[in-house]
Ligand binder design. Sequence first.
Ligand SMILES: NC(=O)c1ccc[n+]([C@@H]2O[C@H](COP(=O)([O-])OP(=O)(O)OC[C@H]3O[C@@H](n4cnc5c(N)ncnc54)[C@H](O)[C@@H]3O)[C@@H](O)[C@H]2O)c1
Length: 348
Amino acid sequence: MLRVGIIGCGKIAELRHAPEYTENPACKLVGFYDFVPERAAALAEQFDAKAFASVQALLDNVDAVSICSANNAHAAATIQALDAGKHVLCEKPMATTLADCEAMVEAARRNGKYLMLGHNQVFSPAHVRARKLIEEGEIGKPLMFHTMFAHSGPEVWTGTGNTWFFDRKRAALGALADLGIHKTDLIQFLLGEDIVKVSAIIKTMDKTYPDGAPITVDDNALCLYETESGAIGHLHVSWTLYRENEDNSTKIYGTEGVIRIYDDPNYSLIVERKDGTSQKYDLEQITTNADQKAGKRTSTGVVDAFVAAITEGKYSPANGEQALKAMRVVFAAEESAKTGRMVEVKHH
Ligand SMILES: NC(=O)c1ccc[n+]([C@@H]2O[C@H](COP(=O)([O-])OP(=O)(O)OC[C@H]3O[C@@H](n4cnc5c(N)ncnc54)[C@H](O)[C@@H]3O)[C@@H](O)[C@H]2O)c1
């Protein structure tokens, strides 16, 4: 039985990691750590586990950990855990600098332990099916792609406008790190190739703290991407979509047709072929923050994939190396927005 712990006891720990570990029969949720001890104590009580007084004390009692703290705390805790011989499931974005992301992957390699990221998009049923259809040639050679991830902002999810998500020192980037990393990773997953050129506009357009001061990270990012094979497309991520439903849509356009994912209220996946025929797939809708806060669903597949990777050696598309490739693209987008130039991504 895999013994697991959780570092960082906020919303994602409470709504995803803890319930998903509790439901997985191959592991036991041993305990929690948070630098605010009351938060660890509250989740320990809720999930019938222990609250630990330090990261080390938690590590001494587990085989694997989830890192669910604020972005600026991901790298140090991940490397500490890997160096202690533990497997790590770290929440996204991987870290706040590219050097830290590289160091995390290197720590996993040198310790022979497993590193995975909370990139839940690559486990959602419509994305998994779309990847298979693209691999099988259903839409021919992919030429173009459009992907969007937009909602009304992390203050709705965390329940406070004074959130670290808005603070450059703790989050590094805003919508681009929060949502853009998911969709950048998703495009590389769906197409099965790397993004190699990036051009981006990254802006803070509307979001403020409750006192009216502007936030110090972006609330919108628009990125133009080109892949190794020459496919081109754009990603738009935003915290300023002010309506109830988020936009989580992706479209891939190929030489033989189009795949539309989470782009229709009734069908999660639609294939429209060149010859005018189409196929609609009635797959599960994607897990949303709002659904999880309302207690509607708990499983994103992330924890199950992490546990299966460790206990059964099963491949997970959200492994550390894949996540690092997506982070390289995100940091290249930041550089492009700063310099006003197109940036080539070096996947060495
Ligand atoms: N996969 C997803 O779709 C998804 C969704 C939401 C959040 N997240 C990610 O999960 C992480 C946590 O987000 P959240 O929404 O739960 O935030 P949150 O603010 O609700 O919780 C963060 C928790 O981490 C604790 N913390 C911060 N720094 C710490 C440190 N150095 N040591 C120990 N504890 C520390 C805080 O006290 C807090 O309890 C973020 O990186 C976020 O980007 C991922």
